[in-house]
Ligand binder design. Structure first.
Ligand SMILES: Nc1ncnc2c1ncn2[C@@H]1O[C@H](COP(=O)(O)OP(=O)(O)OP(=O)(O)O)[C@@H](O)[C@H]1O
Ligand SMILES: [Mg+2]
Length: 220
């Protein structure tokens, strides 16, 4: 088994060190695993996800993701766009763009031509059941539909890892399960590593493994 994430003694604080968001996290995630991260509000779940996704740099410890040492990696933004697909609680779709343009957005920095990008974005919209809504603005879609577009957008650069922070937090239980089914399907068919932060027990129990965070530490 290949370790796609290797974290040791990882620490991150805010406010000049007065807020210890992560306080010595040790964690290994294997390639192709589906991991749920749970824990109380403020325990450090989003911070941990943001470190794995290189949205921010940790203070100390070791964090290797898909063979990149993130504490010394110089170009975090190209690492991010090549390796990570993000899904957040709120879909963050841009209302002035159509659905298909929103899906294409993370691919603008890649080397793909605009016709390749369009083809892939349309295929992804099909795969989330929204091929017929490609030209609609997200403001004309339901919350569940918007979140499915956000999942398609997370996939446009063919990431090896999907990081989802409360992806179902703003959805009812039916739409919530649709999103989880979509992510699980990707995980099963394409062996994408899936890391989901969730407060929802029904979501967490579907993972291969549940990791509990308390006061900036893994407490399993
Ligand atoms: N940018 C920031 N600046 C200052 N403090 C922060 C920042 N981000 C997070 N924190 C603090 O770090 C700690 C961990 O926050 P984090 O967002 O990781 O928690 P969480 O487990 O995701 O909580 P929730 O379930 O409410 O989303 C909290 O005490 C929080 O207030
Ligand atoms: Mg959070």
């Amino acid at each position: 088994m290949v370790n796609i994430v290797e974290i040791e003694g990882l620490a991150k604080s805010y406010e000049k060190g007065s807020v210890k968001a992560l306080d010595g996290v040790d964690l290994i995630i294997e390639e192709g695993e589906f991991v749920a991260i749970t824990g109380p509000s403020g325990s450090g779940k989003s911070t941990l996800l943001n470190m794995i996704g290189a949205l921010d740099r940790a203070d100390k410890g070791k964090i290797i993701v898909d063979n990149h040492d993130l504490l010394s990696e110089k170009d975090l933004s190209s690492f991010r766009s090549q390796t990570i697909g993000f899904v957040f609680q709120l879909d963050n779709l841009l209302p002035m763009l159509s659905s298909v343009e929103n899906v294409e957005l993370p691919a603008y920095e890649s080397k793909a031509s605009s016709s390749e990008m369009r083809k892939k974005a349309l295929m992804l919209l099909e795969s989330v059941g929204l091929g017929d809504k490609a030209d609609f603005s997200p403001v004309k879609l339901s919350g569940g539909e918007r979140q499915r577009i956000a999942v398609a957008r997370a996939l446009v650069n063919s990431p090896s890892i999907i990081l989802a922070d409360e992806p179902t937090g703003s959805l009812d239980s039916v739409n919530s399960q649709k999103i989880i089914d979509l992510l699980k399907d990707l995980h099963e068919k394409e062996n994408i590593t899936l890391v989901i932060v969730t407060h929802d027990h029904d979501v967490a129990i579907q993972a291969n493994r549940i990791i509990n965070i308390l006061d900036g530490k893994v407490v399993n």
